[in-house]
Design a protein around this ligand. Structure first.
Ligand SMILES: C[S@@+](CC[C@H](N)C(=O)[O-])C[C@H]1O[C@@H](n2cnc3c(N)ncnc32)[C@H](O)[C@@H]1O
Length: 240
C-alpha cells in the first residue's frame, strides 16, 4: 500500500527536483532485473494496452513523417519488439543506466541510451513519434511543462505521442515499496484531464483518450491511455 501525501505548492526547489530525480534513477537501477523477469511478456496479457499501442503505430505509420520513434523511459525495452513488429523503428532512452544495460542485453540491435525526458538527445523534429509508457509519472508538477515541451520539440508536426499512465487524483505518493527491494520514490497517478491539458499546451491534439480497470496485482488504480498528434509547422495532416 502506498502512502498518500498532498503535493507541495509549486514550484519545487532545484535541490528537491535533483533529489527526486536521483532517487527515481537509483530505484530503477535496482528494479531493472525484476522488471526484466516479471514484465517481459506483460503485453501479451494486456489487449487494451496492445490496442492503444497498435493505434499509435498505425497512425504514426500513416502520417508519412517517417518511422523512427522514441521509447521514452523505455525501461528494459519490453515495448520495442511490439513497435518494430508494427512497422516502426524504435530507439529507447531511460533515466536509469541499470535499465539501459538490461535493454541493450535483451534487445541487441536496438539503440538505447541514458537520458532524461526533460533533455532528450534528439534533434528538433527528428522523430515520427514518442511512446511514454508509464514513464511520466515521476515528474513533480512544476517539471511537467518542461517534459511535454521537450517531447513536442523532438516530434515532427503530424507525428504522434502515446502515453500509458496510472490514472488518479494527482496526489504525490511514495511508490516502490511493494517490490520488496528497499526502494522508494515519488510517483503521481495522473488526472487524465491534466494529461490532456498539458498535451494541448505543448501543441499536441488528443485523438484518443481511454482507460481500463486494474488487472495486474501491482495495478492499484485505473490505467489511463492517450494518443495525441503533434500539430504546428504546417506539415501534419488531419486524422481521418
Ligand atoms: C514503470 S517503468 C516503465 C518502463 C517501460 N516504459 C515499460 O513500460 O516497461 C518507468 C521507467 O521510466 C524511467 N524514468 C523515470 N523518470 C524518467 C525521466 N525523467 N526520464 C527518462 N526516464 C525516466 C524509469 O527509469 C523507468 O525505467
Amino acid at each position: 500500500m502506498e502512502d498518500t501525501t498532498a503535493y507541495e505548492a509549486l514550484p519545487e526547489s532545484p535541490d528537491a527536483v535533483a533529489a527526486s530525480t536521483a532517487e527515481v534513477r537509483a530505484a530503477h537501477d535496482v528494479l531493472a532485473e525484476l522488471y526484466a523477469e516479471r514484465l517481459a511478456d506483460a503485453l501479451d496479457r494486456m489487449p487494451v494496452d496492445r490496442a492503444v499501442l497498435g493505434l499509435f503505430c498505425e497512425l504514426t505509420r500513416s502520417a508519412g513523417v517517417g518511422d523512427e520513434v522514441g521509447d521514452i523511459g523505455c525501461g528494459t525495452g519490453r515495448l520495442t519488439p511490439f513497435l518494430a513488429a508494427h512497422g516502426l523503428a524504435p530507439r529507447g532512452v531511460d533515466l536509469s543506466p541499470g535499465m539501459i544495460d538490461v535493454a541493450r542485453r535483451e534487445h541487441p540491435g536496438v539503440p538505447f541510451e541514458v537520458a532524461d525526458v526533460r533533455a532528450l538527445p534528439f534533434p528538433d523534429a527528428s522523430l515520427a513519434g514518442v511512446v511514454c509508457w508509464y514513464s511520466l509519472m515521476y515528474l513533480p508538477p512544476a517539471q511537467r511543462p518542461l517534459a511535454f515541451a521537450e517531447l513536442a520539440r523532438v516530434v515532427r508536426p503530424g507525428g504522434y505521442l502515446t502515453a500509458g499512465f496510472k490514472a488518479g487524483d494527482d496526489q504525490r505518493r511514495r511508490g516502490g515499496r511493494s517490490a520488496g527491494l528497499g526502494v522508494v520514490f515519488d510517483v503521481w497517478w495522473h488526472s487524465p484531464e491534466e494529461v490532456q491539458q498539458r498535451l494541448t499546451d505543448a501543441e499536441f491534439e488528443v485523438v484518443f483518450r481511454g482507460w481500463r480497470p486494474p488487472q495486474e496485482e501491482y495495478e492499484a488504480s485505473e490505467q489511463g491511455f492517450v494518443v495525441a498528434r503533434r500539430v504546428g509547422g504546417g506539415a501534419g495532416r488531419a486524422v481521418a
